[in-house]
Ligand binder design. Structure first.
Ligand code: PHE
Length: 511
């Protein structure tokens, strides 16, 4: 109903104002109603054809203080003339100043009155040359004061003389529409069952659809920037022939997280300061089949891992230390998703055909990992790792570098730099750097290498299979993309939900 609408009262006033006249100008009829408010009412009335309106813009001239004075007392030159004309026998300049009472008016007015040939100097006295004059400036300004406009040449001239200023004024020219009335009839917004039953629909006044209306703000769920970035990464992996590894297991045994990867049991990464150990239960059983169709010999694999650590195997001399089974059965929050890569590669070994070969594969995952680190602006004790594995024959380190170049070019990262590094499970190993335009320096984007035979052969994979592995952080590129300098704004309890809701979709620059 009309009364429930805040614009309704104003709409009624517009109709009232038009009752006895054909046309009104909004600036005159509603000088203090804001433009938007008035427009809303007019749109409402015009959608019902009750009024028609037109928006007009015009220049309005406004008098400056000096001009107001001229309208009141006359122009400087006219005032000088009047004073001189009134004084019989002429006026000395100092008498003129006294008569006018203003030095500047006297000076400026005198000059102009001379030029107009209204006065002259005679024996050091000013005398009038004519009987009457026409004060054009004053009449022009008077006209402007009444009508706010004048001939454009005159406006320009007065503006130059700084007597007036002009301003753009928007107003509406409103007139009656074909359905003009003094009341706003209720318009039906719904066709109801009642109206159909009673036949009221035949005479009902339906509100026309407004196809131009903007939709209201939708309060809906929003994806976290990390999710959006993960989506982009996944697309690139899928485009490049990768399949996704199942990473839905945060807790691993030391066996999969470390031992299977040929990480010695004394390695500092296995310290309490670096790894979160589960306190209850502390350990798990030995690795074994997880499903009925898992036909691998886990005992043999477990034994191989023990031997390659302790005494060496597959051409390796091993680490030569007493390998403890209990240590490998301790439960940890996985420190990397390479534990999943290890389990997947072990499964791949089961696909060995009669020729002793396994099919080439490309695996990836993007999921959470945990490290016992001091939290600061760039470190959290949990983050997301982008993990990749490529297994094939005849792979070389050069091939891995080429893969990275193609892969990262898809997200706008070019000019990669490679630096030799060390991982217990890869040889050779290399860190990847990319030039960050914002920070103007090389930033580390990942770690990689070719998995060692000590790891792969223990699983039963063929000797000539080569496997690339790499790990990247998901947070790093996300922070760059969303210009976040503190990782705690991205992940954890300090995250602002508004930030999540307002963030745009991520598009990795592919320029
Ligand atoms: N696991 C390594 C890390 O957490 C990444 C990596 C994976 C390196 C596979 C080499 C091979 O940094």
């Amino acid at each position: 109903p009309a009364s429930a609408d805040p614009a309704g009262d104003l709409a009624l006033q517009v109709l009232q104002a038009l009752a006895n006249t054909d046309q009104i100008l909004s600036t005159e009829a509603f000088p203090s109603v804001p433009f938007e408010t008035l427009k809303a009412s007019l749109d409402r009335l015009s959608s019902r054809s009750m009024v028609v309106y037109e928006q007009i813009e015009r220049q309005e001239a406004i008098l400056e203080a000096e001009a107001e004075e001229i309208v009141q007392h006359g122009s400087h030159e006219a005032r000088v003339f009047e004073a001189v004309h009134k004084a019989l026998g002429g006026l000395s300049i100092s008498d003129l100043e006294t008569a006018i009472g203003d030095k500047i008016v006297t000076k400026v007015g005198q000059g102009k009155a001379f030029r107009e040939k209204w006065i002259k100097k005679d024996d050091n006295k000013l005398v009038a040359l004519v009987d009457s004059i026409e004060d054009v400036t004053r009449s022009q300004l008077r006209f402007i004061k009444e009508t706010k406009s004048h001939d454009s040449k005159i406006i320009a001239d007065l503006k130059k003389r700084k007597l007036i200023t002009t301003a753009k004024v928007i107003s509406f020219k409103i007139s009656k529409g074909p359905k003009f009335a003094l009341e706003i009839v209720k318009e039906e917004t719904d066709l109801t069952a009642d109206m159909l039953a009673s036949g009221a629909w035949k005479t009902a006044n339906f509100k026309p659809y407004n196809f131009k209306a903007l939709g209201g703000h939708q309060v809906s769920g929003a994806l976290h920037p990390l999710n959006k970035m993960r989506h982009e990464f996944r697309q690139i992996f899928f485009e490049t022939g990768f399949t996704e590894m199942p990473t839905n297991q945060y807790i691993e045994t030391g066996f999969w997280n470390f031992d299977a990867l040929f990480v010695p049991q004394q390695h500092p990464a296995r310290d309490l300061q670096d790894t979160f150990y589960i306190s209850d239960p502390k350990t798990a059983g030995r690795p074994g089949p997880v499903s009925a169709d898992d036909k691998q010999n886990y005992d043999e694999y477990f034994e191989n891992v023990k031997q390659v650590h302790e005494n060496g195997k597959y051409g390796s001399i091993g680490y030569r230390y007493p390998w403890a089974e209990e240590e490998s059965l301790r439960l940890v929050l996985r420190t990397h998703t390479t534990s999943v890569s290890a389990a997947m590669l072990h499964k791949l070994a089961a696909k060995k055909g009669p020729d002793g070969r396994v099919p080439p594969v490309r695996y990836f995952s993007i999921d959470r990992v945990f490290r016992n680190e001091a939290v600061d602006a760039t470190h959290l004790c949990e983050f997301h790792q982008v993990e990749g594995v490529i297994a094939d024959y005849g792979l070389t380190l050069g091939g891995l570098m080429e893969f990275f170049e193609t892969f990262f070019a898809k997200m706008g990262l070019t000019d990669l730099k490679f630096k030799p590094a060390f991982n217990p499970y890869t040889e050779p190993s290399m860190e990847l750097f990319s030039y960050h335009k914002g920070l103007k320096k090389l930033v580390e984007i990942g770690n990689s290498g070719m998995f060692r035979p000590e790891m792969l052969e223990a699983m039963g994979l063929p000797k000539d299979l080569r496997v690339y592995g790499f790990g990247l952080s998901l947070e790093r590129p996300t922070m760059i993309k969303y210009a976040i300098s503190n990782i705690r704004e991205l992940l954890g309890h300090q995250v602002d939900l508004n930030f999540i809701e307002r963030n745009a979709a991520v598009r990795l620059d592919k320029d």
